[in-house]
Write a protein that binds this ligand. Structure first.
Ligand code: NAD
Length: 269
């Protein structure tokens, strides 16, 4: 029995950029879409750009999974409502919301080196986007008796000193954790469970590409050195995060809500 048979899932940030290597082709959202499709869900792939959405749609369709794409910018509540409407138009319902889209980890900004534009990017996508999508999706989920929401946070929410130069990103992810508990409390009577995952370092296509853009082969070597310090000795594969999400989205977690799960190879130990 597949774990998400009959369910409909919306995944934000599920598009994927053009891979730079044959080894690294997925990000967290695309891996989650693929796994949810394999587990029987019909999936709505949402992202900012059509070519990114199409890449993930192709991955799922190649395996025969039912899916549709939708261009969406989660910083706009109206666009989030349109995304939920697209899910209902395509599949008649919405059971799972994966708040995966995120931004802001490429820039640097702190209090003494203040960067207002970077602050706005982090908080408009990671925090306002999370509120927009959840507010748009919850009424539709409640109408059919409930559902599951999985928010993608980060270990830096709890360990700022890992990357202090990413202050706004770290604090925005701490807000994701706090919002997860607040949403879980409000939505429990509607049958909607809300949980979050804190990934550590994940070997995504965008992570590899940004290392190469920053400093070419040396950038990649620096990443490899960082990854070798992780207690389990390797970065997460995007599927490691997707598998944990599947647990939280599925009936196996039917009594779990308001929880923040680290999927980090032991970084927070
Ligand atoms: N890769 C890691 O090591 C890592 C670690 C911890 C947490 N995370 C989190 O995992 C999530 C997925 O990141 P990823 O690593 O797969 O990176 P990614 O950049 O490949 O994926 C993020 C996606 O979000 C989309 N997005 C950005 N702004 C958006 C907006 N306004 N509206 C809609 N979509 C938007 C991007 O286009 C992109 O496809 C993010 O929330 C990120 O913060 C990643």
């Amino acid at each position: 029995m597949r774990q998400l048979e009959g369910k409909v899932a919306v995944i934000t940030g599920a598009g994927v950029i053009e891979p730079v290597s044959e080894q690294d082709t997925l990000n967290i959202g695309a891996a989650t879409a693929l796994l949810y499709g394999r587990q029987g869900a019909r999936v709505v792939i949402a992202d900012l750009q059509q070519d990114m959405v199409d890449r993930t749609l192709n991955l799922l369709r190649r395996e025969g999974h039912e899916c549709v794409g939708c261009l969406s910018d989660i910083t706009s509540f109206a666009r989030c409502q349109a995304l939920v409407e697209a899910s209902i138009q395509a599949f008649g319902r919405l059971d799972i919301l994966q708040n995966n889209a995120g931004a802001g980890w490429l820039g640097e900004g702190t209090i003494l080196a203040y960067n207002e534009a970077l602050f706005d990017l982090n908080f408009s996508v990671n925090v306002k986007g999370l509120f927009n999508m959840t507010a748009a999706a919850a009424p539709a989920m409640a109408q059919t008796g409930g559902g599951a929401i999985v928010n993608i946070s980060s270990v830096v929410a709890e360990r700022h000193q890992l990357f202090p130069q990413l202050m706004y990103y770290n604090v925005s992810k701490a807000a994701v954790n706090a919002a997860t508990k607040a949403f879980a409390h409000e939505l429990a009577p509607k049958g909607i469970r809300v949980n979050a995952i804190m990934p550590g370092s994940v070997r995504t296509v965008s992570n590899v590409q940004s290392a190469l853009i920053e400093a070419g082969e040396e950038g990649m070597a620096a990443r490899e050195r960082l990854w070798s310090t992780i207690p389990l000795g390797r970065p997460a594969d995007p599927m490691d995060v997707a598998q944990a999400s599947l647990f939280l989205a599925s009936a196996a977690a039917s009594y779990v809500t308001g929880q923040i799960l680290a999927v980090d190879g032991g970084v927070l130990c």
